[in-house]
Design a protein around this ligand. Sequence first.
Ligand code: NAP
Length: 284
Amino acid sequence: MKILVTGSKGQLGFDVINELEKRGYTARGTDVEEMDITDSAAVKEVLSDVSPDAVIHCAAWTAVDLAEDEPEKVMTVNALGTKNIALVCEALGIKMMYISTDYVFGGGGTHFWDEDESGFAPLNVYGRTKYEGEVAVKTILEKYFIVRISWVFGVNGKNFVKTMLNLGKTREEISVVNDQFGSPTYTYDLSRLLVDMIETEKYGCYHATNEGVCTWYDFAVEIFKTAGLNVKTVPVTSGQYPAKAKRPSNSRLSKEKLTRNGFTPLPAWQDAVKRCIEAMNNGG
Ligand SMILES: NC(=O)c1ccc[n+]([C@@H]2O[C@H](COP(=O)([O-])OP(=O)(O)OC[C@H]3O[C@@H](n4cnc5c(N)ncnc54)[C@H](OP(=O)(O)O)[C@@H]3O)[C@@H](O)[C@H]2O)c1
């Protein structure tokens, strides 16, 4: 099987390529220099040329706060870019997997969001544009995977684990938001699952994160504990730590559909943090 991965220089795309190669698949990574997904002609040319059996679409504008200042640009990348890929996949009969986000949900309450939920109410520009990407995929294709993930971290790229480790080396005290609930997702673990999924015809919307729910504060405490950093961590509310983009307070994602369809869930998030920090200490 030949699989094209968009955003292959990003944190998830990088690990997906590694996982595909580990399993002996032909993995073809593309990033903005070679195939700018907003350029429909480039998308058509590269996909026709490579002629993959499947596309794992990881490329996106992911800077959530910056997105508030550039709504049109972000919509072009996350919605139009995704539409461009979906149109070519439909025309050439290529299986498509779109990576989406918990931020498509409005995030009230304490329940777990269903995989086939229809009540989308994104709170920020990034979430709205990723949601429009989902709409494009669902409208254009009959056979697709939409996989919503959250709080992503990995060895390659900027993420919360790296930010905390860096701050922990220079600061004695850090305030971290303690009223947003969700699940961290380790790109190494997720890549294994995404490749398990793309090998099948079990199409549809899924959620995929490491097991367990926490707040950003819990996440930070675990990172410092695992790294052996002695940092005073102070829990604060979202109101005390204002960010440009609003974030949902409830990002609990149901993952029942994964097990129902025979996929192996990801390990606990604390275990993932431990392995990620070990991998970072070993140079990636
Ligand atoms: N990070 C998270 O916490 C998170 C949470 C939920 C869902 N997700 C989703 O998970 C997926 C992977 O995220 P990630 O964290 O791996 O993202 P990432 O590290 O930011 O990687 C995204 C990649 O896409 C590239 N890209 C941006 N614009 C492009 C364009 N017009 N054409 C082609 N490539 C372009 C980026 O290049 P540049 O770096 O040069 O811009 C980057 O290499 C995304 O779909 C994201 O929406 C992420």
